[in-house]
Design a protein around this ligand. Sequence first.
Ligand SMILES: [Zn+2]
Length: 500
Amino acid sequence: MSHFYLTTPIYYVNAQPHLGHAYTTIIGDAVARWHRLLGEDVHYLTGTDEHGLKIQQAAEAAGLAPQAFVDSISPKFADAWDRLDISHDDFIRTTELRHRTGVQQLLQACYDAGDLELDVYAGKYCVACELYYTDDDLLPGALCPIHQRPVEYVEEENYFFRLSRFQDRLLDWYAANPRAILPEFRGNEAIGLIRSGLRDFSASRTSISWGIPLPWDPKHVAYVWFDALANYITAVGYGADDDRFANWWPVDRHLIGKDIIRQHCVYWPAMLMSAGIEPPRGFAVGGFLLMGGDKMSKTSGNVIDPLDLTLEFGVDGVRYYVLADTAYGSDGDFTYEGLTSRYNSDLANNLGNLLSRVATVVGKKCGGVGPAPRADSPLAATATSAHEVAAAAWDDLQPSRALEATWSLIRATNAYLEANEPWKMEPGPAVDSVMGDALEALRIVTLLASPALPSTCQIIWQRIGLAGDVGGQRLPEAAAWGGYPGGLTVTKGDPLFPRK
Ligand SMILES: [Zn+2]
């Protein structure tokens, strides 16, 4: 069975989960569900990033020990993902023993390779970024270019990772793997960073204690990025279970935000190369979900709790908006009006209305029993092409395009019903043909939309009389025209998406 390993970034537990975190996690969930439909053995990983100075400071501010502090926040992420129907296979916390063991093995491997060397660092450091900056990087007044607040002058003895040695190897690797970074324009950005020259980076700290100690020099703890990135390998057995690690690594896609390209697409493959581990097969770089043009963040004070939105629009309403409204890779702009309008037009008026019409007419004209479709239905070609376009789009990590293709089949089926007006026909073979075609189109829509709307699609699946779990079907066979057997009881039920 082919494997598909997919990850989100692990989320920093200095804040509560917000819609920005949910955005990437929902994208990953839908992609994971698509690959399960393809019959692949999927491993979808998320988790929380729990070490570093910012956490140590946040814990002090909250009057808690760091471990107690992270223990109070991490479950809020796990709970949010449960409530958003996220089907992750594992949730890693960087304070777990399995992670600590694996990080120490990775550090030791890079040290043994000669790529971690002791040196003195003196420079400007932004606590919020956990990054050193040169004077050229800083804004006037020695401010962090990201946070626009003063950086600190820090002098300490650090182990440096010799990133500068990896420029050619990274460029060669990306040249040999042109689809490694999607979308392509983000790949060009990463390659630009590598071409512009790579500086060694400090990979340890002696000034803080909340972290993972270097195995050969325990007064140093690992720099947060060195620690955090390693979650992708420690979660699948690196340093503990060689067979399991060989089964899942290299990862198929790391989903990341555009602000962490440097760490993921430059630092991380170099760290792995140093340790003798294969680089990731690929990355998918998302833009930000903005609010009024600003990145959603704790410091900007513009955070939206996705769970609040689900109370009004349902879990699938929120998932659909996130997946359909923005082309993955570009920035999206969240607005309440945009969410309402998408919900009403695509979910209530298109999908909800199609199910309601089909169930009503089958109830009145077919005795409540769904007829079989015609092999030569005019909708068959539309369904085939919707499936092909959607499959290619999911493969390209473009859920919005996949859903657009799926909704084109919904619109075509509604138009087909309007053109044939089965509600005006007498019961008999003519109305049976039209309704069999519509039911079959709806069955295929349900399959194709199920990664985005898992619980709603399961309800539709059952209402049109089909047994089992829609997510347990196998593509491409299940989406071939003619799968609806006919003779099944069709149930109307309550509206799936009441208009707002
Ligand atoms: Zn900063």
